[in-house]
Design a protein around this ligand. Structure first.
Ligand code: 1GP
Length: 240
């Protein structure tokens, strides 16, 4: 494994549809204390601007950067710092590649959000994001296809390659797929960050993904269900 030049990143995901502003504030504070780097806010269903803004305002006190993770154009608020400006690479519907983006771009600019170009790639289970985004999830046992998508995303200029197994996935994106993606992108001389999310629920899985070369991980469900798990997961990736 090549030497890591920066510390692994951890993102805490909050779904504003499932989490009240009060709960969100607690999660964000816990995330800050556990050493998480930023809060992602978003979800596939039930997100609407007033509630989203309320949730984002409630987590500001924790002092972490707040980055939107929108499933659609309803996932935007000027209260956040930035937005994963995503294109869903393996959707069968062009709306999720450029349609929503055309609607969103002027709004993102008016809101003063920092756009972070992100190639979103759905693997295996896919969850709600895969279903709503009309993805053709890449089979868990086809790491070479995941890697080819990752390389294409990097070549298309994405700053972040987000490998997603879907929230609540029974198993995360396989380490082989992460390893091959990292290796192809670095061989091409590109420096996109590789972030992995979906189904990461313990320190061991998190560490293996980081050891495979990922720059960071995202955890959602476990963060909401068991606040103490977050510290264990973050310690575990930091020790990799
Ligand atoms: C979903 O990758 C995230 O977009 C997080 O998934 O809720 O399974 O941690 P989990």
């Amino acid at each position: 494994m090549e030497e890591r030049s920066r510390r692994p990143l951890h993102f805490t995901l909050i779904d504003p549809h499932k989490t009240s502003p009060r709960e969100a504030a607690e999660i964000a504070l816990n995330a800050k204390n556990a050493g998480s780097n930023a809060i992602l806010v978003g979800g596939s269903i039930g997100v609407y601007e007033p509630r989203l803004s309320e949730v984002v305002r409630s987590i500001k006190r924790a002092g972490l950067p707040i980055i939107l993770f929108p499933g659609n154009i309803n996932g935007l608020t000027p209260e956040a710092d930035g937005v994963l400006f995503m294109y869903l690479m393996n959707t069968s519907n062009v709306y999720y590649v450029t349609g929503a983006q055309v609607q969103a771009a002027p709004i993102v600019m008016s809101m003063g959000l920092e756009p972070i170009p992100t190639a979103y790639i759905i693997v295996g289970y896919g969850g709600a994001a895969g279903y709503i985004g009309m993805a053709r999830p890449i089979p868990y046992d086809k790491p070479e296809i995941v890697a080819a998508y990752s390389l294409a995303g990097a070549m298309m200029g994405a700053r972040i390659i987000y490998l997603e197994a879907g929230s609540g996935a029974p198993q995360p994106v396989p380490v082989d797929a992460v390893k091959m993606s990292v290796s192809l992108i670095r061989k091409a001389g590109l420096d996109s960050l590789i972030i992995v999310g979906g189904g990461i629920r313990d320190g061991d899985k998190a560490r293996k993904i980081i050891e495979a070369g990922a720059d960071g991980i995202v955890t959602g469900n476990i963060t909401e269900e068991d606040p103490s798990a977050l510290e264990v997961i973050i310690k575990s990736i930091m020790s990799s």
